[in-house]
Write a protein that binds this ligand. Structure first.
Ligand SMILES: [Zn+2]
Length: 271
């Protein structure tokens, strides 16, 4: 996970050096030195209240094999840590951030209360969620499209799936949606994937990116361009989905234009 809170506080924050130092004042029990003289950092999981260890806040302790880059994240502790409540194993096993239900699963459901809260959270944060979806995709999807996708998520009661948490809404809204048509949409210049997506369109048979960064056709032939999220996976306490843009000319012929595995970054919305 990439969020934390401190004890006796409801304030959920992203794990960054500044946030962590300010919230903890670098004090015990958040900063501890173990028997081997090594500094260890701890905090509380916002979802289940159990103790988490903060990995890689300062520099490289562990290099992730997927990206070869050391990332900072919080990991649930397996044993009791001095200064924190004893581990509540039951709550930990049921924690959405410890053992997330894979995105795409439609069988395991939240209880009614959690579902109502999630629905409310989406309705209260609709604009922020739209903005975050655009940023994640690096595509400036129109209000029309995003409203349709969010409405369908709500109408289908997809927020009831256990895989949907209050921290992954933009990702789960897209994941549970059918493929989304991208024709006439604009790339988002400040998006992290902007350049990669733009370059990848050179492999498209039918579509180009115009000078105004609009996805448009370079032929009169029938063809469509879509994107979707697929293949959720969890690796080293981190969550990933495959983001794919593809074109189709006939019913079953798809040509991949762009594909990337992106990390699900947890996002905090106001309740
Ligand atoms: Zn937890």
């Amino acid at each position: 996970m990439d969020v934390f809170r401190i004890r006796d506080s409801e304030d959920v924050r992203k794990i960054t050096i500044t946030n962590f130092e300010e919230a903890t004042q670098k004090m015990y029990p958040y900063y501890q030195v173990n028997n081997n003289g090594k500094q260890k950092l701890y905090a509380v999981c916002p979802a289940c209240g159990n103790t988490i260890q903060i990995i890689n806040l300062y520099g490289i302790q562990q290099v992730q094999n997927i990206t070869n880059v050391a990332t900072t994240y919080g990991r649930h502790c397996n044993r009791n840590i001095a200064g924190f409540d004893p581990i509540d194993i039951n709550r930990k096993e049921n924690c959405d951030l410890y053992r997330p239900t894979p995105l795409g699963n439609r069988e395991i459901m939240h209880n009614d209360q959690t579902s109502i809260e999630l629905k409310q959270l989406i309705e209260n944060n609709r604009d922020a969620i739209k903005k975050d979806i655009r940023k994640i995709l690096s595509i400036n999807l129109s209000h029309n499209i995003l409203d349709r996708v969010i409405d369908s998520f709500i109408e289908s009661q997809s927020y009831s799936y256990r895989a949907v948490t209050k921290y992954n809404l933009p990702y789960s809204i897209i994941y549970y949606s059918e493929a989304i048509n991208l024709y006439s949409q604009y790339l988002l210049e400040e998006g992290r994937l902007f350049n990669n997506i733009k370059i990848s369109f050179s492999s498209s048979r039918y579509f180009i990116i115009s000078e105004e960064n609009k996805i448009t056709k370079n032929t009169n032939k029938y063809a469509e361009v879509y994107f979707n999220f697929l293949s959720y996976r969890r690796l080293n306490d981190r969550d990933f989905v495959r983001y794919k843009i593809f074109e189709s000319e006939a019913d079953n012929e798809y040509n991949t234009i762009f594909e990337d595995e992106i990390e699900i970054e947890l996002i905090i919305y106001n309740e």
